[in-house]
Write a protein that binds this ligand. Sequence first.
Ligand code: ATP
Length: 324
Amino acid sequence: MKNIAILCSGGDVSGMNAALKRFVEYTLAKGLRPYFVYNGFEGLIDNEIVEAGYGDVSGIITRGGTKIRSARSQRFHEKHYRQKAIENLLSHHIHAVVVLGGDGSFKGMKRLSEESDIAFSGIPATIDNDIAGTEYALGVDTALNVIKYAIDAVRDTAASFSRAFVIETMGRECGYLALVSALTSGAEMCLIPELPYDLEHYKRRFLREKEEGRTYFIAVVSEALDNTEMIRQWFETEIGMEARTTILGHIQRGGNPTVHDRMMAFHFVTQAIDGLLGGKKESVVCYRDGGFDYLPIDDVAFRTYRLPESLLRLGKEFNTLSRV
Ligand code: ATP
């Protein structure tokens, strides 16, 4: 194995550029020749495969997103396009590929691995933190910090203007971002798909707090519930407080990567390359119990992520908190 490539697939996250920097520096240190695949699987099909060097990664560590761009590819679901992707990789004598992405990307990677002798190593990268087998996916810490700044700022205005704010976070079907953000920003309400909640309980508590002098509330709700506007109206009709919504949207995906994401990018890439050099044909680098591990793609891409029990317990406590 001499030539090795890296690509980003699915939603981009902050920390991908740090991963690219480590990829180039570590592969060169190991005597390998690094290649970038631009535009994810689309770029594999279209042969956007370019040798990379130190100059390509200078000054990118501070930037969110990914210098080599990411993409979703409808064509990649079709075998003849995947065959084209394999031919393109082999035309550059590339026999190993690192893929940064989510479970969809790993499913695509699995297909390519079954249809060729090329080795693949996946690195979990999604702000949703919803990938089975790993406690951490690249980009999550930066997203949490973006949300933290946003909620802190909203709190300033909510407190000054006696309003309730309903803040909607991303995460698709997973409530991780909403729950961690609610806990760490001191929100009064947190609604996520993994936990049942009782609006009557919240109502009793909030009315009592209002009587005691509370002038604002912060609610964090997961986009999965699709009830942000309904909760805003609930604050107005049931709690009797003017309410606004803030939908954070894609700002959660960007921004200057945190120190944690930069370090995790370095570790993930190092593990991925070491795994490939050690002969792993298809695996995903997972972070759990404070260390890194390799899981077969099947155990990651085709399993459902569950929030850790310890976090769910905190969420249950939060949802049933009662001062009444
Ligand atoms: P995110 O968390 O941002 O959604 P993801 O990797 O899960 O990241 P997807 O859009 O699900 O994002 O998948 C990325 C790409 O992987 C798809 O556009 C497609 O090209 C490829 N892919 C997904 N599933 C398959 C599959 N079953 N077979 C072949 N390719 C697939």
